[in-house]
Design a protein around this ligand. Structure first.
Ligand code: AKG
Ligand code: FE2
Length: 332
């Protein structure tokens, strides 16, 4: 068993279309994670992103990381005699920055990056956003939702000026002297909608938890890894699930990853669509908060969820949804 790898080009082929749609549907239901190949984003662009980011890390980020709090934390744990531990250090061996992308071309990328890197990231952002919207359409079709439903739900409506939150987390996991004591990124589920990840084409480390087993998300050059966030889980009434994943630290390698988040806008109301109401929650295997109504989740405003998530990212997700059913009364 392995994280599904799906050739999305086969959707264009009459004969293979149905099978490919089914593969994606199954991957969303069973894994919450899959890898797309032949997705149409130019490979030269993906190579460019990776090369420029590795270069940027060497020139402008490495020295800072060596001085960072997490490096100090590990050193101090070691000096206090922590050597073998059943529980790892409560921090992440990673460093990076966030690019907020909007279609208003003026302020696309912060922090300031070298001009060619910035341009490449703008191009990447446009491409990956397009792919996200394609995948959302596939999900709508597979779930029997009307065309454009998920895109509109993530944008918080179809009015002028409504748009999803779209941003890119640029991350490096530098070599770590003690990967047995700290993870690159602790186990979590993602908060938002759809996450599209360009991971290092050589160095592994990302793992997803399925049926109590950790599976490697194997690096495949030029593939885009897709995963489902908590709020998209809600928008599918739990038919698709956000899954636990983590990044292991490595003692001999520096892994890069570029994660694009296509999330609900902060004001979006997040709730299960009536079309996906379920008659029997038990029957569908959903560990639900609100079985009687047929909705497995409450209705809430995205920014309220993000507040709770910021404090509870590495904790079980059910209490986060439960917290929303209290806040959620405000939303009709
Ligand atoms: O770096 C990766 O491969 C995964 C990153 C991730 O899971 C996240 O940023 O939420
Ligand atoms: Fe994640």
């Amino acid at each position: 068993m392995a994280v599904p790898v799906i050739d999305i080009k086969k959707l264009l082929d009459g004969e293979e279309r149905e099978m490919t749609m089914e593969q994606i549907h199954k991957a969303c239901q069973e894994w919450g994670f899959f890898q797309l190949v032949n997705h149409g984003i130019p490979h030269s662009l993906l190579d460019g992103v990776q090369e420029l980011f590795k270069e940027h890390y060497k020139n402008s980020m490495d020295a800072q990381f060596q001085d960072s709090a997490v490096v100090e934390m590990l050193e101090s744990a070691l000096s206090q005699g922590m050597n073998l531990s059943a529980t790892k250090i409560d921090a992440d061996w990673e460093t990076g920055f966030f690019i907020q992308h909007s279609s208003h071309k003026t302020n696309t990328v912060t922090p300031p990056l070298p001009a060619n890197f910035k341009e490449t990231m703008e191009e990447f952002a446009e491409e990956v956003k397009g792919l996200a919207e394609r995948v959302l359409e596939i999900m709508c079709e597979n779930l029997g939702l009307e065309k454009g439903y998920l895109k509109e739900a993530l944008a918080g409506g179809n009015g002028n000026g409504n748009s999803p939150f779209f941003g890119i987390k640029m991350c490096h996991y530098p070599p770590c002297p003690r990967p047995d004591l700290i993870d690159g990124l602790r186990s979590h589920t993602d908060a938002g909608g759809l996450i599209l990840l360009l991971q290092d084409d050589e160095i592994d480390g990302l793992q997803v938890l399925k049926d109590d087993t950790w599976f490697d998300v194997q690096p495949i050059r030029h593939a885009i890894v897709i995963d489902i966030g908590d709020q998209l889980e809600v928008m599918t009434n739990g038919k698709y699930k956000s899954m636990w994943h983590r990044v292991l630290a490595k003692d001999d390698a520096n892994r890069m990853s570029v994660a694009a988040f296509y999330n609900p806008s902060s004001e979006a109301e997040v709730y299960p669509p009536p079309q996906l109401m379920i008659m029997s929650a038990e029957h569908n295997g959903i560990d639900n908060v609100n079985a009687k109504s047929g909705y497995a989740y409450p209705k809430f405003v995205s920014k309220d969820y993000m507040k709770v998530y910021a404090e509870q990212k590495f904790l079980p997700k059910k209490p986060r949804f439960e917290a929303m059913s209290i806040v959620g009364h405000a939303v009709k």
